[in-house]
Design a protein around this ligand. Sequence first.
Ligand code: GAR
Length: 212
Amino acid sequence: MKVPTAVIISGAGSNLQAIIDYWKACDPAYDLKLVISNQAQAKGLVRAVKAGLPVMVIDHKKFATREAFDADLHQSLKDQGIELIALAGFLRLLSDKFVKDWAGKMINIHPSLLPAFPGLKTHQKALKYGVRYSGCSVIFVDEGVDSGAIIEQAVVPVLDGDTEMDLALRVLKEEHRIFPLALDEVAHGRVKLVDGLVVRTPQDDQEGVKKL
Ligand code: GAR
């Protein structure tokens, strides 16, 4: 039984596209059921419609508080039977209640090697510090800013003369590779959040369990 999954975005949706492409090509354990954006103009919505996915816009500006927006988001996800969430360039903080409700069932992609450079302006910070390597991280979302347990990471070099755009594009290519894989692992139950820590079950062990 595949896991009913929603992707939540705010913008271009290139990670959403990677998740869609993998879903169509690789028969993953996640089943895409819904794409939600807090921005009506998000280009990612066009990608979702082209893929035949239901889309929903929940405009945060229409809500008096963060908690009210999150409650509406939560209800919309529940109404559609969603069990797993991928935040793919969703650029809003979520309230503690929402994060607790979805603990272990909500993952996020961030364009740095966490715990380095959480928050915004990631590539600018990486270039300013002069790091020789950067990358991206897929994490379980917790109550902090990009502080959740790490599911997967990929590393890229920072080259002499790199602009923020050069680095962003090099990192983005790796985001597109690892995010669908990490989502699939979580949907399979091969990667889990237990007491705030990531626990991995090798594929072989699972097959062993099934045979018993
Ligand atoms: C991606 O680089 C993602 O890692 C970043 O926003 C971009 C969205 O691009 N997310 C964050 O910085 C979250 N802290 P996309 O809309 O083309 O997928």
